[in-house]
Design a protein around this ligand. Structure first.
Ligand code: ADP
Length: 504
């Protein structure tokens, strides 16, 4: 018998395409989503398969990668280069999740140690166009070699933007893909994959698409624009961001096209993988706890202070920040509020890397205030968990935030977020002063993008932490009780797939 509460959908074949998937490769939230959403979709009995590039740092042994004979030696013409792709398979997610993972291997393009840029210089690879054209060919080539026709090809971010167009072209000649529908999900519209017009011939596409109605973007060719223009449906990762990107302020030049396609544009707020981010079971943290044993969280704070060489002081708030150091994350506002923050006596723990000006700023602050500021420059998964568990507050003063995952991780760990009301932050946090019966308070929000407004929210949060422990505990417990599981969002994607497949 079917569970009456569990919706049933017809079984569908879904190919989920992403340039990063946790735990294989990760630079940000896209990797987390690309791991968790396919698993959640599997719950609806869909045959969900994942494909990503096989980067040089992905260990064959560690990730249990094996060859699939019939997926070897696929040749694609990319400009003057004949790119040979071997698709391999990895079994590390499959036993638990039953999601088949394919890795597209190409010595020249993907065997490097960076995903999009040289890890030593931080400079984007100059042949990213060729790399992701090759990847796009491999995605469709894989289906044909397998004689496996997906009902849905779900593309993510600019790296996959050409696929809906290639599919449209392929379908003209070839009945194989007839009926296959595409979804293009925008995780961050600011990353567009724009290349000079001279890149266009490398796509092998006819000139008719290189127009403002196609993928031409002010004389350049834009991968993201191709995705927006040619996918059957476009989604983005929160309801608020779906509205924001239709405006000039957030649209990054794509607002005209997005308005034209607004009927096909949907905001579906991300969930989180509640099994990886779970303070009750997390082996990355020194002690495990839940909402009824929140006092134990203090031990995680002591451990965090210890790891960061900060003196632990009972009653002193520890403020956490984990971010790529880019302007998007509102780090200039943090620079502005640094003085009052330090004067308040609070401690700050920072994990991230990126723009040199911020790396230098945080390092300088740490040297000047070794008892109050702890900084780790780099990417460190285990440390990210320690910060979520050991901090009292978590800050996200973002200029824009398509969804944001860290605020949800924070709430799950009883760490109260202080964030700007934008994108997914607006959709997932309820300010302490705006609680309703349905939406209990979980954090602190501010509106205006300036240091003064940020400090007001942070000061408010520090005040509640120091003077109103019962209220603070309530905020923590409310956050921990929130259901951020993928189930609800995956259900919305599954509904969208059905809607698309019902269309002729
Ligand atoms: P974005 O995708 O814009 O970077 P999100 O909040 O959506 O922001 O997701 C960021 C993800 O990357 C989170 O899982 C976060 O913990 C992780 N992350 C970011 N920087 C680091 C870092 N330096 N070390 C470890 N994890 C990081």
């Amino acid at each position: 018998m079917n569970d009456p509460k569990k919706p049933t959908f017809p079984e569908r074949s879904v190919l989920f395409v992403s340039s990063e998937v946790y735990p294989y490769a990760k630079t940000g939230g896209l990797a987390d989503v690309s791991s968790a959403l396919p698993q959640a979709l599997r719950e609806f009995n869909h045959d969900v398969r994942l494909i990503m590039p096989k980067y040089g740092f992905i260990g064959e042994k560690k990730q249990k990668i094996h060859i699939i004979n019939r997926l070897q030696g696929m040749d694609f013409q990319v400009g003057d280069t004949l790119a040979t792709v071997n698709v391999k398979s990895s079994a590390i997610l499959t036993p638990r999740t039953r999601v088949q993972i394919y890795l597209a291997e190409n010595e020249e393009y993907f065997s490097r140690m960076g995903l999009y840029s040289d890890p030593n210089t931080g400079i984007d690879y100059p042949d990213n166009d060729e790399r992701f054209i090759t990847f796009s060919h491999a995605v469709l080539g894989l289906c044909k070699r397998l004689l496996w026709k997906p009902d849905i090809i779900h593309c993510n971010d600019w790296q996959t933007g050409l696929i809906p167009l290639y599919l449209k072209e392929a379908m003209k000649e070839d009945p194989f893909f007839r009926g296959t529908k595409t979804v293009f999900t925008i995780h961050n519209l600011a990353y567009q994959g724009n290349f000079p017009a001279t890149s266009y011939p490398k796509t092998g596409l006819p000139l008719e698409y290189f127009t403002p109605n196609g993928l031409e973007f002010y004389g350049n060719m834009s991968f993201v624009k191709a995705g927006i223009a040619f996918a059957d449906a476009i989604t983005t990762v929160s309801e608020t961001y779906a509205e924001e990107i239709k405006t000039k302020e957030f649209g990054c030049g794509m607002e005209g096209l997005l308005n034209k396609r607004k009927k096909d544009l949907h905001g579906i707020t991300n969930g989180i993988d509640m099994s990886i981010w779970d303070p009750e079971k997390d082996l990355n943290i020194v002690k495990r706890y839940d909402a009824s044993t929140l006092d134990i969280k203090e031990e995680c704070k002591i451990d965090l202070c210890d790891s960061m060489n900060l003196p632990y002081q009972k009653g002193t708030p520890v403020i956490g920040l984990i971010a790529r150091f880019v302007d998007q994350k509102g780090l200039d506002l943090l620079v502005e509020v640094m003085d009052p923050l330090l004067k308040s006596g609070a401690q700050l723990v920072v994990l991230g890397s990126g723009e040199k000006k911020y790396e230098e700023f945080f390092t300088k602050q740490m040297k000047k205030h070794p008892k109050q500021v702890g900084v780790y420059l780099g990417f460190h998964d285990n440390f990210a968990h320690k910060i979520e568990a050991g901090s009292d507050l978590f800050i996200m003063p973002s200029a824009y935030e398509p969804c944001g995952l860290n605020q949800m991780y924070s709430m799950r760990y009883g760490t109260v977020p202080v964030a700007r009301r934008t994108g997914g932050l607006a959709d997932t946090i309820t300010d302490a002063l705006e609680a309703t019966k349905k939406e209990p308070a979980t954090g602190f929000l501010f509106d205006k993008y300036d240091g003064k407004s940020f400090w007001k929210a942070l000061e408010r949060a520090i005040g509640v932490y120091k003077k109103h422990p019962a209220k603070w505990r309530e905020l923590q417990v409310n956050g921990m009780a929130k259901d951020f599981s993928w189930n609800r969002s995956a259900h919305k994607y599954a509904e969208l797939y059905e809607k698309l497949l019902a269309k002729p």
